[in-house]
Design a protein around this ligand. Structure first.
Ligand SMILES: CC(C)(COP(=O)(O)OP(=O)(O)OC[C@H]1O[C@@H](n2cnc3c(N)ncnc32)[C@H](O)[C@@H]1OP(=O)(O)O)[C@@H](O)C(=O)NCCC(=O)NCCS
Length: 176
């Protein structure tokens, strides 16, 4: 996997997950405040987190997109995740996913990471369409997607009602 898949912005570095991220990702994916907003009831084991990391690394190799660990420059700590997977496992649209450790919420980290991710996609996969789905009550995530340039695209129902956002081919990620 190429190091050029890493993205550096003002306060964070986005880099594809590696085996060394297992503990940090386990912490994020089992954090009650994150789980409540993304996948209530889901409680992955450490083994499931490690195999997800392997799966996402394979996706980077095969598809040229995937998910990044969001690393805080100042501390070197992994403070979140951000990236893309195939919408409903088959695509062709990509689903945007992102999360930040709750102690750092509302400091602009998610918006900074999502903007970098969209700029990457714009450059490497310009014809891809991105969809973001978030629970109706997950207002912070709606705000992040809109600040980064996604547009409201109605609702989507799976295990509950979701607000849907879309970012299309030719659409630029907002900068600031
Ligand atoms: C959604 C999430 C990633 C936001 O991370 P963050 O780093 O705090 O995001 P930012 O600081 O970049 O932006 C948050 C924005 O939401 C706003 N916000 C926060 N709580 C809010 C609320 N309850 N209602 C409305 N807006 C809210 C903030 O004020 C900020 O907007 P502003 O810059 O205009 O003031 C974070 O809350 C999280 O990890 N949630 C759990 C995972 C998740 O929901 N992921 C998205 C679904 S895939």
């Amino acid at each position: 996997m190429s190091a050029s898949l890493a993205i550096v912005s003002e306060r964070v570095v986005l880099r594809p997950y590696g085996p060394m991220d297992a503990d940090a990702l386990y912490g994020l994916w089992t954090d009650p405040q994150i789980v409540r907003m993304t996948n209530p009831g889901f409680q992955p084991s450490r083994e499931q987190v490690s195999s997800a990391i392997e799966r996402f690394r394979k996706q980077w190799d095969e598809d040229g997109f995937g998910q990044w660990a969001v690393q805080q420059k100042m501390t070197g700590a992994v403070i979140g995740y951000c990236g893309f997977k195939l919408w409903e496992r088959t695509g062709p649209e990509l689903e945007l996913v992102f999360g930040i450790t709750p102690t750092l919420w509302s400091r602009g980290y998610a918006t900074e990471a999502v903007r970098s991710a969209l700029a990457f996609l714009q450059e490497r996969h310009p014809s891809r369409v991105v969809l973001g789905a978030a629970f109706f009550h997950n207002k912070a995530s709606h705000r992040v997607m809109q600040k980064a340039g996604l547009l409201p695209a109605g609702t989507y129902y799976e295990d509950g009602p979701y607000a849907l956002f879309r970012w299309g081919a030719g659409q630029e990620a907002t900068k600031k």
